[in-house]
Structures are given as structure tokens and as C-alpha cells.
Design a protein around this ligand. Sequence first.
Ligand SMILES: [Zn+2]
Length: 125
Amino acid sequence: MLRGTCLCGGTSFEVHGDPQGASVCHCSQCRKQSGHVWASAHVPEQALSITGPVRWFAASEAALRGFCPTCGSLLFWKANDEDTISFALGAIDGSTDMTLERHIFVADKGDYYDINDDLPKSEQS
Ligand SMILES: [Zn+2]
């Protein structure tokens, strides 16, 4: 089981089951909300339990973005038409035992950095 916490500790979550799809998202929404890029993996919604407050922001009609209302840590991403939820790899306390698998939405990436690893890249999702 993985456990994650926001920066202030007011919101925490537990991940049960086997997270999939560890990726780095370069889309403009993740870049704006995180300040750079956002790394996440996903599990079935029922495999993630949240303790503490989460503010959900609909950046588009497709998904909700969940963050701590006190410190602003971006913790979750949830597509409206999927039964999975993504959680921030950077919020996990201790080892994740995961390795990034790919970069997504690289068409939207910033011009101030290069992607220098050999992971697969997709222009969009
Ligand atoms: Zn917080």
C-alpha cells in the first residue's frame, strides 16, 4: 500500500492495489497547476481512499483536478467518464516502487526544457 500526503499534511490518501500508467504530463493545465510537469499513476477509483479536504476544480468538461484547499498541493486527476483516478507520484511518502513509463501531451510542453530520457512520448494523451 502506498500513502501520500499534501505539503501541509492536512490531506492524505492511501492507494490499494497496483497502480498503472506512471507518466509525466506536459499539458498546459498540469503545467499551470503544478508549476512545471505533473507525474501520476492511476488506480480504480475504489482503490484510493482520501482523508481530509480536497477541492475539486473542473479545468475542462472532461476531468476534475483535486488539490489540498490549504496548501494547494495537486494530488488527484479524475476523468469524468472513467472509473479510475490518478494520484500525484510526488505526493507519495517513501518508496513508490514505480518507474515512469512515458511522457504524455508533449505537444503542449514548455519551450524551456528538453525531454532527455528514452521513455515513449505521445503528442496527446
Ligand atoms: Zn495541504
